[in-house]
Design a protein around this ligand. Structure first.
Ligand SMILES: [Zn+2]
Length: 64
């Protein structure tokens, strides 16, 4: 299985949920240098929403 975890060299957002009974895990690395990880469905959801709102493509919307 490929390692999809984002790194500073390959910024992005990665979420995995191995099975319906396992908690989701997520990691995010932004090209601005911010990074975060989360475990648990609600935590991961918050991570995704925060990253989407403030990092990644959001930098382009705000003119970085
Ligand atoms: Zn950022």
């Amino acid at each position: 299985m490929a390692d999809l975890t984002p790194t500073p060299d390959r910024p992005g957002l990665h979420v995995s949920k191995p099975s319906p009974n396992a908690p989701a895990t997520g990691s995010a690395v932004c090209h601005c240098g911010a990074s975060a990880t989360a475990t648990g469905d609600s935590q991961v959801r918050a991570l995704v929403e925060g990253y989407t709102a403030n990092h990644g493509p959001a930098h382009g919307r705000t003119g970085r």
